[in-house]
Design a binder for this molecule. Structure first.
Ligand SMILES: *[C@@H]1O[C@H](CO)[C@@H](O)[C@H](O)[C@H]1NC(C)=O
Ligand SMILES: *[C@@H]1O[C@H](CO)[C@@H](O)[C@H](O)[C@H]1NC(C)=O
Length: 357
């Protein structure tokens, strides 16, 4: 008798926990919106980008770096056998066309699987460093390159690997060899990763890396994804995609991050770009997580771009600037502005360039 009571109780508790987790997960990912079209004038797809433009970052000169061809667990890919690439797009051109950057010898291009990117410019000699999150064989490394503008090539300088950088999604460069990185999961093993997402465990974090010190500097995210820094380099912004929120954190001298506030957006925000002039944040967002994770050509995942103004004020202004139901562009993961134009990138689809007005 006693045994049966114990077993029934244990089963009951397990079911209760599971039920609570399912509700939690539904709230975060399934209960997603159908999207109304909110298009911009003069939009056109960038010819030549067909298999993703997951992250984009623009240099002050108008050169945009684009990471393409990501293969990632739980994420669709239209070209699972194609190699990962970094494209460059000169936004000063009337009709910008992407050029694939050549990568120096010695770097294993066959396993290149680029994800989040970030640049650092050395003020002394104008050297441009490109930091790329890479997933060779689904592991996580950070590759540091020097960009050679004369012949549009990348010279590979260093591969960074560290046990604390176990599931890196995005990075923001702080110096020629230092950065913050988000780990979007705690577990690396595929099944455990899925369980972690499903259970909505808040075990994802931000890590500081330099050649002399590596440490966790922020934690407690459901799925820390995009990361970027304010133009005055005082604040760091982290998107928690499963929480539909942007976290604002203050950078301390010892590189730890102090949480200031979180802004709820009601859409699954992926990468964050910061307008260097206004300090506005631009987010590439997924209005419907279920459609993204369970790709169905009959029921496409849409795209959404939000702008956040006055983020440090009492009342930040959040505006939906662009939205599409998937008929034009699917799975937007990044949005960034240059001289009155908006460039939208996607996890596995194309890239769109629009006039803002
Ligand atoms: C880092 O700096 C912050 C703010 O000054 C301080 O609260 C924290 O204790 C420091 N952490 C370490 C490990 O020194
Ligand atoms: C998306 O919107 C277009 C109109 O812009 C419409 O023709 C199409 O049917 C819509 N697709 C879905 C799946 O709702």
């Amino acid at each position: 008798m006693g045994k049966i009571v114990v077993v029934t109780t244990v089963i009951g508790i397990v079911l209760a926990i599971l039920g609570e987790r399912i509700i939690h997960f539904r709230k975060r990912v399934w209960a997603s919106r159908e999207i109304e079209q909110n298009h911009l004038p003069n939009c056109h797809l960038i010819k030549g980008i067909e298999y993703g433009s997951e992250d984009i970052t623009i240099l002050p000169s108008g050169l945009a770096f684009i990471s393409s061809g990501l293969k990632y667990p739980q994420t669709p890919s239209f070209a699972p056998d194609s190699l990962g690439k970094i494209y460059i797009l000169d936004l000063e051109d009337q009709k910008p066309r992407p050029t694939e950057l050549r990568i120096s010898r010695g770097f294993d291009v066959d396993s290149f699987n680029p994800h989040g990117i970030s640049t650092y410019i050395d003020k002394e000699d104008d050297t441009v460093y490109l930091f790329v999150v890479n997933h060779p064989q689904f592991r996580s490394t950070v590759e540091i390159f020097r960009f050679v503008e004369e012949d549009y090539s990348l010279t590979h300088l260093k591969t960074v690997q560290h046990e604390l950088l176990h599931n890196v999604n995005d990075i923001v460069a702080l110096g020629p060899e230092s950065f913050y990185a988000t780990n979007d999961h705690y577990f690396t093993q595929h099944l455990l990763r899925s369980l972690e997402t499903f259970s909505c465990l808040a075990w994802s974090n931000v890590v500081y890396y330099s050649p002399t010190e590596v440490k966790e500097v922020a934690s407690g995210f459901y799925m820390a994804n995009g990361i970027n820094i304010s133009p005055d380099k005082k604040y760091v912004y982290v998107s928690d995609v499963l929480d539909s929120a942007v976290h604002v954190m203050e950078m301390n001298q010892n590189y730890t991050l102090t949480p200031i506030k979180a802004i709820q957006l009601g859409t699954l925000i992926d990468n964050i770009e910061v307008d260097p002039e206004t300090g506005d944040l631009w987010g590439g967002c997924h209005p419907n997580g279920w459609k993204l994770f369970n790709y169905n050509p009959e029921d496409l995942p849409g795209s959404e771009v939000v702008q956040i103004k006055n983020i440090h004020s009492e009342e930040p202004i959040v505006t939906q600037v662009y939205a599409d139901n998937g008929s034009v562009i699917q799975g937007s993961s990044v949005a960034t502005v240059y001289k009155g134009k908006l460039l939208i990138g996607t996890v596995f689809h194309k890239a769109l360039y629009c006039d803002l007005e």
